[in-house]
Design a protein around this ligand. Structure first.
Ligand code: PMP
Length: 331
């Protein structure tokens, strides 16, 4: 019989697929995307969750019956909730209000408790999602905060799994790796591995929302979720990417829609952002070049935003009509 012992054992080993229509006319290179939404929790973050919890148990930071508290965009929460459920820990997640309600409901479904905080506040102020989670940790006995923005097990998970998977699946022919930067764990761990294993031949390219600090911004707000920062976390090593490209919300969302519409890939906004950056970087690439772009999560959590024409119009990201009448479709 072929089966996994537990859902947690199915994390990783995600496939690569070639982009076809969105690449036509944009580059001569082969562009492959790594489908992290096929992880059991639906995102790349499943990879770091079990590794962070294992390490906390080993270091005595998390005791049986303990509580995991984390500020998270949702995806890390899902990964943590999956592992916590298997091992009997309680989970409390602190989520900024800009994140979709669907994402928060997913966390609740996995059995976690969710506290929502305002987005447009000083990150050092008492209402920020960092401060609120710190307070919950302080006032909850047996609480442990994995702190994905400082936990070395994040980049380590990618160095040990994501990087080798990409290298093996491309038979070492990858020439460029492109990923968005949130905590920076993905690009730091994967990029470090790929540079090392290739004798520093692989070029590593970061993708960042316009306004975020990684591409020289000031932390100005943007709508794409899960990437960009208004501060520099410990999990990001700026020496790993050779360059970081800024992508506007408009370009990120337009590419996100194209990936669903033309490639059958229903993915999130940070995936569209990474592909938009990759196509810009690949503009003058040769036919021998192999770009691998990591797509962090699926599009189901964004149906009310990026995939909602009304929302896209309201924020000036699209001129598409809001739905069609029977007369439109029969015309
Ligand atoms: N995209 C999405 C949707 C995410 O949730 C995250 C994680 N914050 C990222 C991209 C960025 O990954 P990392 O934190 O490893 O830089």
């Amino acid at each position: 019989m072929k089966y996994a012992e537990s859902i947690v054992d199915l994390v990783g080993n995600t496939p690569l697929v070639k982009l076809n229509r969105v690449v036509a006319g944009a580059t001569e290179a082969t562009v492959l995307v790594k489908l992290e939404y096929l992880n059991p929790g639906g995102s790349v973050k499943d990879r770091i969750a079990s590794r962070m919890i294992d390490a906390a148990e080993r270091d005595g930071l998390l005791q049986p019956g303990g509580t995991i508290v984390e500020p998270t965009s949702g995806n890390t929460g899902v990964g943590l909730a999956l592992v916590a459920q298997q091992r009997g820990y309680r989970c409390i997640f602190v989520v900024p209000d800009k994140f979709g309600e669907e994402k928060r409901n997913v966390l609740t479904a996995y059995g976690a408790q969710v506290v929502v905080t305002p987005t447009s506040v000083d990150p050092d102020g008492p209402e920020s999602y960092y401060s609120v989670s710190d307070r919950i940790v302080r006032e909850t006995p047996g609480a442990y905060k994995p702190n994905q923005f400082a936990n070395p097990n994040g980049p380590r998970a990618h160095f040990e799994t994501t990087g080798p998977e990409i290298w093996n699946d491309t038979d070492g022919r990858i020439t460029h790796f492109v990923a968005g930067i949130g905590t920076g764990g993905t690009i730091t761990g994967t990029g470090h591995y790929l540079r090392e294993v290739s004798g520093d031949r692989v070029r590593v390219i970061g993708a960042d929302p316009e306004g975020s600090v990684y591409s020289g911004g000031t932390g100005r707000p943007y709508f794409v979720e899960g990437v960009g920062e208004d501060m520099w976390p410990d999990t990001f090593d700026p020496a790993v990417p050779h360059e970081v490209l800024a992508v506007s919300d408009r370009d990120a969302f337009a590419m996100t829609r194209r990936l669903a519409n033309e490639e059958g890939l229903l993915v999130g906004g940070s995936s569209g952002m990474a592909v938009a950056a990759a196509l810009r970087a690949a503009k003058d690439a040769s036919p021998d070049d192999v770009f691998v772009v990591l797509l962090p999560d699926g599009g189901r959590g964004y149906l009310g935003k990026i995939f909602n024409d009304k929302w896209m119009r309201a924020y000036g990201f699209s001129n598409a009509p809001e739905g069609h009448t029977i007369a439109d479709v029969l015309a």
